[in-house]
Design a protein around this ligand. Structure first.
Ligand SMILES: [Zn+2]
Length: 103
């Protein structure tokens, strides 16, 4: 899922507010690169469609390769899947992409 210009601006603003020092915790440089797509982590050993997944915005340190993974649900990029039943022990894990036309 590709990020819109508005989503990228919102993420950069979020990072500025929550991560003001901006230095990589591994190499101490400030050479971050926001990936323009949303990725997702899927549950291990669950390659079946519909398994638990966590959508993530990825920021890469261009100096050392360290990566930050920000939860795209908490950033408001991806909507939590409300069609799933509650009480399965997967709270916060499953999600569906928000319409790209939202903004
Ligand atoms: Zn680094």
């Amino acid at each position: 899922m590709e990020l819109t210009k508005e989503q990228i601006e919102a993420i950069v603003s979020h990072l500025g507010a929550k991560f003001p020092d901006s230095k990589c915790p591994v190499c101490d440089k400030n050479t971050w690169d926001l990936q323009r797509r949303v990725f997702q982590f899927t549950e291990c050993a669950s390659l079946i469609m519909g398994g638990a997944a966590i959508p993530a915005v990825v920021v890469v340190c261009k100096n050392c390769g360290n990566m930050l993974f920000l939860n795209a649900i908490l950033l408001g990029i991806v909507e939590r899947d409300k069609t799933k039943e509650k009480g399965e022990g997967k709270e916060g894990a499953e999600a569906v992409p928000k319409e790209a036309a939202d903004g």
